[in-house]
Write a new protein. Structure first.
Length: 143
């Protein structure tokens, strides 16, 4: 019985190691002048071992983990975000100053590793889903 309990604790620890560990969601109250916010979030706890970088061009914005989010503050204009494991996913937004956008990240079935999914979602949906996410701490998010 004790060995079984220890086994369950170890399995739970491994599963949770792939989840975000920062503070619960808190929206940015004041968007910097001339900027916009894109919340990139992954609400599902499925596939916690699969993590992937979300990039803009060649720059890593953040590394997506299960149940986490990252507030990306950016200049207005066309913004393409993309991620890649064994396949590539991308979304393009026409970003306006002072606006808030939500990009939902997920994992699809892959041959060797889960495939990234990125989807622009309506603000109402994003606000509801991101409420259960934790902000990536500095060591989890790319600089």
């Amino acid at each position: 019985m004790r060995a079984r309990l220890i086994g369950l604790v170890v399995v739970a620890g491994i599963a949770l190691a792939g989840c975000a560990t920062g503070a619960p969601f808190r929206k940015i109250e004041t968007i910097p002048s001339g900027k916009a916010v894109i919340y990139i979030y992954r609400p599902s706890a499925l596939g916690p071992a699969v993590q992937y970088d979300v990039k803009r061009g060649d720059t890593v914005i953040t590394t997506m983990k299960a149940q986490g989010y990252y507030p990306y503050i950016t200049d207005p204009g066309e913004v393409e975000l993309w991620a890649e494991t064994e396949s590539k996913a991308s979304v393009t937004l026409d970003v306006k100053p002072g606006e808030v956008y939500f990009v939902k990240a997920g994992i699809g079935m892959g041959f060797f590793v889960g495939r990234p999914r990125l989807q622009v979602v309506p603000r109402e949906e994003g606000e509801k889903e991101i409420a259960e996410c934790c902000k990536f701490v500095e060591s989890e998010a790319s600089k």
